[in-house]
Ligand binder design. Structure first.
Ligand SMILES: CC(C)(COP(=O)(O)OP(=O)(O)OC[C@H]1O[C@@H](n2cnc3c(N)ncnc32)[C@H](O)[C@@H]1OP(=O)(O)O)[C@@H](O)C(=O)NCCC(=O)NCCS
Length: 222
């Protein structure tokens, strides 16, 4: 549910392109591609039209947050081969979110993740799509919100011209409740080794030197 009564949620359309681009450029100020992928106007137009859907959050006339759901995922982004997911299941990507500075810390990104999961899954008659997202290890606000909404870190690999990203897939597995491993969020090599051994990143924790990541193993099938 949207967390704030003063905000209006609605699907975005082609007529919203200028305000979406303006918010994207505003949140990118001071952020490099190693933290957030800079988007082109053409990409945003595609996500408002033929290849995706977008949800917007307004304060009066002002767009203060949006989230992207990409229906047509390019082969270069497709994580299925790298993590052994089936190719005969549709794939959709949560392909970015922005929250205006003055509206941060109110849970809007988390609510936008939940809204896009609903958009992707509601009314699906056949096999539900695999939903995934990418998130920079340095962007703990973003991957923490994806973990909190039921995504799990499955791999860590270069994306978008060589920038390290967690590959996060909406989790449908039952996980072991005990024997978790905790690694510092900056320990990406050790994380990669755990992920390669079948562990999943499942929760953001406060660690001794900043954010930490809890890893769990999938539970054995009964
Ligand atoms: C990542 C982002 C979408 C999070 O949005 P959000 O809705 O504010 O997320 P949350 O409400 O969970 O807040 C996350 C954290 O932001 C920080 N935060 C809170 N208020 C803040 C403010 N005024 N300014 C900056 N950061 C703030 C806090 O650390 C907060 O953590 P907390 O829950 O422990 O307080 C937003 O920071 C953003 O737009 N960043 C730039 C684009 C981006 O990274 N997009 C995601 C990847 S594509």
């Amino acid at each position: 549910m949207p967390p704030d009564d003063d905000l209006i949620w609605r699907p975005l359309g082609a007529a919203d392109l200028d305000r979406v681009e303006a918010l994207h450029r505003a949140v990118m100020a001071g952020l490099g591609p190693e933290v957030v992928k800079p988007e082109t106007r053409d990409f945003l137009a595609d996500m408002l039209g033929p290849r995706g859907r977008m949800v917007g959050v307004f304060a009066g006339e002002a767009l203060v947050a949006y989230g992207v759901l990409q229906h047509h995922v390019p082969a270069s982004d497709d994580p299925r081969a790298a993590i052994g997911l089936p190719f005969d299941v549709p794939l959709m990507k949560l392909a970015g979110a922005s929250v205006a500075l003055a509206y941060r810390g109110r849970g809007l990104q988390r609510a936008l993740i939940a809204a896009r999961v609903r958009l992707a899954l509601d009314g699906v008659a056949g096999t539900p799509p695999i939903l995934f997202a990418t998130s920079a290890p340095a962007n703990s606000a973003s991957w923490g919100n994806l973990l909190a909404e039921g995504f799990a870190i499955r791999a860590i690999k270069p994306y978008y011209g060589g920038h390290l990203r967690y590959v996060m897939v909406r989790n449908t597995e039952r996980m072991e409740q005990e024997g978790h491993m905790l690694l510092d969020a900056s320990a990406t090599q050790e994380q990669a080794a755990l992920l390669a051994a079948g562990w999943r990143g499942v929760a953001l924790r406060d660690g001794p030197s900043g954010p930490s990541l809890a890893f769990a193993r999938p539970a054995a099938k009964p």
